[in-house]
Design a protein around this ligand. Structure first.
Ligand SMILES: Cc1cc2nc3c(=O)[nH]c(=O)nc-3n(C[C@H](O)[C@H](O)[C@H](O)COP(=O)(O)O)c2cc1C
Length: 462
């Protein structure tokens, strides 16, 4: 067996408040419970399972808009429940937090659809209620259907969306980090002073995209700024990650692609003056574990029979902004310069994917590479991904829900623990402290430092 890993593998459960998330078609599997997504106990039971398996967090994806690129409509997404219908991820968090003590929450929210002022308060509220267990997956969107739904003709250009996101984050840092000083809240009953007004600062922001003149409404929460996740590794996406992200979620087909993405992100982070080891890189993965190799292979066959590769293709069409329905199985596809997810388009272009190759990859309904076998085989492979892919952990997709997470908790986690590569108990502290071991707040080397009280030159709160 290979040498031991230097650190524990981070594992998030990747999920979404909908029927069909990533591995499309699996909601039809007889043991799958995804169609119960509207019930609160579906989510509270899941939270308990994840905490039992010492998952670091549940990472909740989200989408605004529909996947109407494939075939120019929603026929396949509606029939196959391809992230349609989809409910709000944030609404799940208080309930899941109430039945757990340590589980973190990575919540996907698109910066293009809500004013930063109201969003800042909603996230602070959750960080208070969970005592610092909140993370935010910052996404910039990639669907014209979402832009049209809120009154625009189509989405703005790819890089401009990131420019806007940069400014959105600046406003948030001013609110989260700059508006209330530490010590502003006294809660002194005898003196009748809840908060010291001289230590609460008004945020003035006049920018290209946002204007804010006001005080943050929430007092500082344990982490102030939630743990910042980001997904999207185009050149512009990496520049954004280098400035803001603490954890980067990558979608890669193999370890070599993981290594290339990891090196590029860490280099961008170092070039931006931050420590490249201060960033955590997580790859999406699917795991099928069973008690024998034969049983695992049988399960793979069973899952494959439930899958809808065409639904996976409809999802992929929207991710790239290309209607694959127009192409024959072996036609060359001009992936070109996508206005959707450029990193995905670039990868498809470099590998010369045809529709046949894509359908083949989507045999289980999703694009994340499946690892199948006994607990020991899966653990070997996960450790290899960490080493060869130069990553820190995984976002574990659900294939059959909740079976995928239960099997991971019951079979793979004990195996990884016996090798010393997975925690045996939660560390105390906030999600940030448990992830980085350096306290609850963003480090002084992070961009947010420039927006704290005292950093007036960079336009912090007044
Ligand atoms: C692994 C991965 C997961 C993503 N998850 C979401 C999501 O849940 N919701 C969303 O609106 N966008 C999501 N995105 C889209 C990105 O936030 C971003 O808009 C897009 O990837 C552009 O990235 P690029 O820099 O690679 O072009 C995801 C992207 C990747 C690569």
């Amino acid at each position: 067996m290979a040498d031991r890993l230097r650190k524990h593998i981070l594992v998030n459960a990747f999920s979404m408040n909908c029927v069909g998330h990533i591995n499309h078609g699996q909601w039809t599997h007889p043991r799958d419970t995804s169609i119960d997504y509207k019930r609160l106990d579906h989510w509270t039971d899941l939270a308990k399972t994840l905490e039992r398996g010492l998952f670091d967090a549940v990472f909740l994806a989200d989408i605004l808009g529909v996947y109407d690129v494939y075939g120019g409509g929603i026929d396949v997404p509606a029939r196959e429940a391809v992230q349609l219908p989809v409910n709000d991820p944030m609404m799940l968090v208080s309930a899941m937090a109430a039945v757990t003590k340590h589980l973190g929450f990575g919540i996907t929210v698109n910066v293009n659809n809500e004013a930063p002022y109201t969003f800042a308060r909603r996230m602070s509220t959750l960080d208070h209620l969970t005592d610092g267990r909140i993370g935010w997956n910052i996404v910039t969107g990639y669907l014209d259907s979402a832009a049209r739904a809120v009154g625009r003709d189509g989405q703005t250009g790819h890089d401009l969306r990131y420019d806007q996101a940069d400014e959105y984050l600046e406003v948030l840092y001013k609110l989260w980090e700059g508006s209330w000083e530490d010590g502003a809240v006294l809660g002194d009953r005898a003196a009748r002073i809840y908060a010291d007004p001289s230590r609460i600062h008004r945020v003035h922001h006049r920018g290209q995209f946002y204007q804010v003149d006001g005080y943050h409404l929430s007092e500082p929460s344990r982490q102030r700024t939630p743990v910042l996740f980001q997904a999207g590794t185009s050149g512009r996406g990496q520049a954004f990650a280098a400035r803001h992200a603490e954890c980067v979620f990558i979608s890669v087909p193999d370890k070599a692609a993981a290594r290339a993405a990891s090196r590029a992100v860490r280099k961008a982070v170092a070039d931006a003056g931050r420590d490249p080891q201060d960033i955590r890189i997580l790859a999406g993965i699917a795991v099928i574990a069973d008690r024998s190799e034969k049983a695992a292979q049988e399960r793979l066959a069973e899952y494959t029979a439930s899958a809808s590769p065409e639904a996976g293709l409809a999802h992929y069409s929207a991710s790239l902004g290309i209607d694959f329905d127009r192409y024959g199985l072996d036609d060359p596809i001009p992936f070109g310069q996508s206005n959707a997810i450029q990193s995905a388009a670039k990868l498809a272009q470099s590998r010369g994917y045809t529709k046949r190759a894509l359908l083949d990859q989507l045999a289980m309904g999703g694009r994340y590479p499946p690892i199948t076998g006994t607990a020991a085989q899966v653990a070997d492979e996960l450790e290899d991904w960490i080493r060869e892919g130069e990553i820190d952990g995984f976002n574990l997709t659900r294939i059959v829900t909740p079976e995928s997470y239960v099997d991971f908790a019951d079979l793979v986690v004990p195996e990884l623990q016996s090798r010393g590569s997975y925690k045996t108990e939660y560390a105390e502290g906030s999600l940030r402290h448990r992830t980085f071991g350096k306290g609850d707040r963003l480090p002084a080397t992070h961009t947010a430092q420039g927006f704290r009280p005292g950093a007036r030159l960079l336009g912090a709160a007044e």
